[in-house]
Design a binder for this molecule. Structure first.
Ligand code: GLC
Length: 550
């Protein structure tokens, strides 16, 4: 079945850092509109724009205080309409981030619920009485804290699986559900082409609220208490019937690190799923980038074998039954060129990563700046980190680790890495406080555009091959790992009318591989010459080929 969202290459825009049109130091909608042509030239057919609704921005917009208005730092509704119109003209689809799991603590429903014991909105959230003057249970949330915060005025705790400024909504409440359907309809009626559904795996909680006994700790991180619970599917069925079935839209659920492939199918199978696809995190978490604080950076080496097997597992369990988005990173992960590539080989490794991903399977998403090889921050002090989760990590570790260790950990893993300003030009002026990576003088779009050998121009070639000459192979071809037990090289075949092979060396040293090159046609290669020795293909650091099998 050919549908537009399978055929396109997606691009994620993190609005606060993408493009600052009004020069106030913060990205805006007009800035996005201005860069649509840039995205068109790159070959992009779908953009996912992070939340731009009214928000106190404790979690950069995922804490929404009014679902119907645009935060003034981004512009206004008219700006959105103009952006959507321009995107339509360019044939770029636009999806918004829809946050159904929580609101901001500054949302009027929550304010009323906390101030008025008879509030009609109390049941929109999850309030519980204290137990022995303590929180109702020992659950720990995603941002390192207890999921409970006390409200003195009504002598109750409320539940929040993210930060305390993001109270969870109670999806058992029918009125609340209706409100959230109205929100979705509002944006679809305005002309957005669909949604990325934030934190969707968490809509339902274990309503027994019993302590988790997994580990004997004060707080227990047991996401099964609030992830992928069966009631979710009841809600999603209703959501689909009430909203999604009435629109020609695409939906991509974020089911994160806690969903198995079977669970992913429940959300998104062709047969009886609710969304068109779901994002999982497996392949972003490979190589311990989210691993231990105890590790030195140089102890972290990509486990290519495991990574390949993860991509293979998702393909084998999902292919034919559902469709998948595929990506290296989003705004919650470190930069991929720092994580799986190597900034000393920025040009080669970024190109290698682009090719490896974009011919694999599914609908690929590029995260802003990936196409020019933007890399992690290199902060010299802990106060430079701005992400709410990074700040909580600092608090969590400060008693047992020194600043250097925490700094090393956050520079490697924190969400701040993906949230620096997009690097447009070597002359870029930073009008505000959002961090601009100091390498912008050499890593930027303007210079990439004029350098034939740049990462950006290579991405354009990859995307153009995917969109045109090798569309069937890249998008619909059968995926099969080649020499799957090789621990350094990620190589695979894609077969449709033609057979192509991608061969990528993930190492910063030379490795040898079967010679696919001599008898076949090289379509794309990130080195200028071919090295063959004793009938073996010699792959230099991060060398990567796209080959057409004759
Ligand atoms: C999702 C978002 C993340 C946000 C969280 C809470 O995981 O990707 O950035 O912090 O949901 O909304």
């Amino acid at each position: 079945m050919s549908v537009w969202w399978k055929d396109v290459v997606g691009y994620q825009i993190y609005p606060s850092t993408f493009n600052d049109y009004n020069k106030d130091g913060h990205g805006d909608i007009k800035g996005i509109t201005k860069k649509l042509q840039y995205l068109k030239d790159l070959g992009i057919g779908l953009i996912w724009i992070g939340p731009i609704y009214k928000s106190p921005k404790v979690d950069n917009g995922y804490d929404i205080s009014d679902f119907y208005s645009i935060d003034e730092s981004y512009g206004n509704l008219d700006d959105v309409k103009i952006m959507l119109k321009k995107a339509k003209e360019l044939n770029i689809k636009v999806i918004f981030d829809l946050v159904l799991n929580h609101t901001s603590s500054k949302h009027e429903w929550f304010i009323d619920a906390c101030n008025n014991i008879d509030s009609i909105y109390k049941d929109y959230y999850i309030f519980k009485d204290p137990v022995d003057n303590k929180p109702p249970n020992n659950w720990k949330g995603f941002f390192q804290e207890s999921v409970w915060t006390y409200v003195e005025k009504i002598n109750k705790y409320y539940l929040h699986i993210f930060s305390k400024e993001m109270p969870d909504l109670n999806w058992d409440n029918k009125n609340l559900r209706k409100e959230m359907y109205k929100v979705a309809r509002f944006w679809l009626d305005l002309g957005v082409d669909g949604f990325r559904l934030d934190a969707i795996a968490h809509l339902s909680k274990d309503k027994t609220f019993k302590d988790s006994k997994l580990y004997k700790d004060d707080l227990v991180y047991d996401t099964s208490k609030f992830s992928n619970r069966k009631e979710i599917f009841k809600y999603l069925k209703e959501f689909k019937k009430e909203v999604l079935d009435h629109y020609d839209c695409v939906t991509i659920g974020e089911v994160g690190g806690c969903a198995t492939t079977d669970e992913a199918l429940k959300y998104s199978s062709y047969e009886d799923g609710y969304f068109n696809m779901v994002f999982n995190f497996d392949t972003c978490w490979e190589n311990g980038a989210y691993g231990s604080i105890d590790k030195n950076d140089d102890e972290i080496k990509t486990n290519v074998l495991n990574m390949k097997k993860l991509f293979e597992k998702w393909y084998e369990n999902i292919n034919g039954k559902a469709w998948m988005p595929i990506y290296w990173l989003n705004h919650d992960h470190p930069r991929v060129v720092s994580q799986y590539g190597n900034i000393e080989y920025r040009n080669k490794s970024a190109k290698m990563l682009g090719l490896t991903l974009l011919f694999m399977y599914g609908t690929p998403f590029i995260y802003q700046g990936e196409e020019i090889g933007m890399s992690n921050v290199n902060h010299d002090s802990l106060d430079k980190f701005t992400d709410v989760n990074a700040k909580n990590i600092i608090k969590e570790f400060e008693d047992n680790y020194n600043d250097y260790e925490i700094l090393r950990f956050l520079n490697r893993t924190s969400r701040d890495n993906a949230r620096t300003l997009m690097q447009w030009s070597s002359k870029q002026v930073n009008y505000g406080k959002i961090y601009l990576n100091e390498n912008y003088k050499v890593v930027n779009v303007e210079d990439n555009l004029i350098d034939e050998d740049s990462i950006l121009n290579y991405y354009k070639k990859i995307i153009s091959l995917r969109n045109n000459e090798f569309h069937n192979e890249a998008v619909y071809g059968k995926f099969k790992l080649v020499y799957r037990n090789n621990k350094d090289v990620f190589a695979y075949k894609k077969t449709s009318d033609k057979t192509i092979v991608v061969i990528s060396n993930f190492r910063d040293y030379i490795v040898t591989f079967k010679d696919y090159v001599s008898d076949n046609k090289i379509i794309l290669h990130n080195y200028n010459d071919v090295m063959i020795s004793n009938n073996k293909l010699v792959l230099r650091p991060f060398e990567s080929y796209l080959i057409l099998i004759k």
